[in-house]
Design a protein around this ligand. Structure first.
Ligand code: ADP
Ligand code: BG6
Length: 485
């Protein structure tokens, strides 16, 4: 008898037999609100393709489509030691990357959770936090000090305009950030000033977006990579265009950057359809937007990313409680606190294997102070599934749009981020969304589809290092890394 390892818990059957009509009615309403059929996904994707092109034009559109100044593909032979930092929406990571020169690399890293108050504090506090974290890491990794400045790739996971690789003017904060004095400014000198203050021997060689880093790092090990995507606190994607395809750069390129030179594009497509032409928003999406620090921005991201899915769940439950449908006579103090549920809540609720949803009972009782009945838990479970399914299916419209725009019939889409890596069923649901958009014949294994979403390499670590290496090589050869002066 072959030992197959611990048996996975049986899939929950999820009977609705004992659920009262009032709750069943509400579940039906949620089904209608949150279900996105294939026809809608196709309509959204068609609009998305047009918006990608608009973003590259001189006139511009909702999607920034930021040239990332990565002007060649990684060869896999990049070598050397590089530092990388990744300022994400939830964590700051510091990575020491040793590029082996044979499509291999080794990383050493530390992760520092961003204190919540950091999102709305001062610019000084943020860049001091980054510099302090870097100092701690460098002192530990190089106790004897260093003979020359360490090259650093700065992964900055926010929309930052770049006229050259080692600058980044923040266009707007996203993911709940609201720090004065940074929007419209170049964040590289802000970091460098804090590094100099601490005498940390670091040279910021390149500023990159985490999706560009994900694209380059994944292409370094898997040449079939066509996009780098993040499904984390926020959502975004990057791909390689060619300079002749970027209308807004025409007339601004130096002679050594020719029309057929590759150009990595950080789409910043979390802002897709801020005009609200096609996005199927519910009243809870509208509430999330209204109560955010930047209403009217990041409309696509607010329906699909890790920062918001838990909040969407919370708003819907508070609404039902206020209507008297659920949680009668319960203390709602905790549940009425905005963002009290991050996306690990719907994720854990969807992972509850029990027919009576005992794990869900514990979460609501112990973490939110609310006693739930069996039928309330069934409503909660179905609502989490609907929010999770919608996010997974909508998320792939950006992937389908880039593939349609670039004419990719097959592609590896390198994805990273906790929603991709941890949300139950995300991968299967996302593959189902792509199948619905392209009309593919159903396959037993999602890996058999023409365009597949695969686990990315460490984009904000290795990707930043490879881009720093590519940049150093260009600079050493006297090649341009930005627009003409
Ligand atoms: N188990 C989970 N399933 C899905 N999303 C999760 C889970 N745990 C945390 N998250 C969400 O993932 C986001 C953090 O994403 P992550 O990729 O880890 O960091 P960053 O966005 O800073 O790179 C948070 O918004 C959080 O709500
Ligand atoms: O890695 P994170 O923090 O989830 O970021 C994902 C995306 O989040 C978006 O809000 C940012 O504008 C993008 O630049 C970023 O790529």
């Amino acid at each position: 008898m072959v030992y197959l390892g611990p048996k996975k818990p049986p899939l929950r059957k999820g009977s609705m037999a004992d659920v009262p009509a009032s709750v069943l009615d509400q579940i039906q309403k949620f089904e209608e609100m949150f279900t996105v059929p294939a026809s809608k996904l196709q309509e959204v994707t068609e609009h998305f393709v047009g918006e990608l092109n608009k973003g590259l034009s001189k006139k511009g559109g909702n999607i920034p489509m930021i040239p990332g100044w990565v002007l060649e593909y990684p060869t896999g032979s990049e070598k050397g030691d590089y530092l990388a930092i990744d300022l994400g929406g939830t964590n700051l990571r510091v990575v020491l990357v040793k590029l082996g020169g044979n499509r291999d690399f080794d990383t050493t890293q530390s992760k520092y959770k961003l204190p919540d108050h950091m999102r709305t504090g001062s610019a000084d506090a943020l860049f001091s936090f980054i510099a302090d974290s870097l100092k701690t890491f460098v002192d530990e990794e190089f106790p004897q000090g260093v003979t020359q400045a360490l090259p650093l790739g700065f992964t900055f996971s926010y929309p930052a305009s770049q006229d050259r690789i080692n600058e980044g003017f923040l266009q707007r904060w996203t993911k709940g950030f609201d720090i004065d004095g940074v929007e419209g400014k170049d964040v590289v000198p802000m970091l460098q000033a804090q590094l100099q203050k601490r005498n940390i021997p670091i040279d910021v060689v390149a500023l990159i977006n985490d999706t560009t880093g994900t694209l380059v790092a994944s292409m370094y090990t898997d040449p079939e990579t066509r996009m780098g995507c993040i499904f984390g606190t926020g959502v975004n994607g990057a791909y390689y265009d060619v300079c002749s395809g970027v209308e807004k750069l025409q007339g601004r390129l130096p002679a050594d950057i020719t029309p057929d030179t590759p150009m990595a594009i950080n789409c910043e497509y979390g802002s897709f359809d801020n005009e609200l032409i096609t996005l199927p928003r519910t009243k809870y999406d509208i509430l999330v937007d209204k109560q955010s620090p930047r209403p009217g921005q990041q409309s696509f991201e607010k329906m699909t990313s890790g920062y918001y899915l838990g909040e969407l769940l919370r708003l819907a439950l508070v609404d039902l409680s206020q209507q008297g449908v659920i949680f009668k006579d319960q203390d709602m103090t905790k549940l009425e606190k905005p963002y009290v549920m991050d996306t690990s809540y719907p994720a854990r609720i969807e992972e509850d294997p029990f027919e009576n949803l005992e794990d869900t009972y514990d979460i609501f009782k112990n973490e939110l102070g609310v006693e739930t009945t069996g039928s309330e838990r069934k409503l909660i479970r179905r609502l989490c599934e609907l929010i999770g399914i919608r996010a997974s299916r909508m998320s792939v419209c950006g992937i389908a749009a880039v593939c349609k725009k670039r004419g990719y019939k097959t592609a590896h889409i390198a994805a990273d981020g906790s929603v991709f890596n941890k949300y139950p069923g995300f991968k299967e649901r996302a593959a189902g969304g792509l199948r619905d958009i392209f009309g593919w014949e159903a396959k037993k294994n999602i890996e058999d589809y023409p365009i597949i979403i695969v686990a990315a390499e460490d984009g904000s670590g290795a990707g930043a290092a490879i881009i720093a290496a590519l940049t150093q090589k260009r600079l050493a050869a006297g090649k341009s890394v930005g627009v003409v002066n």
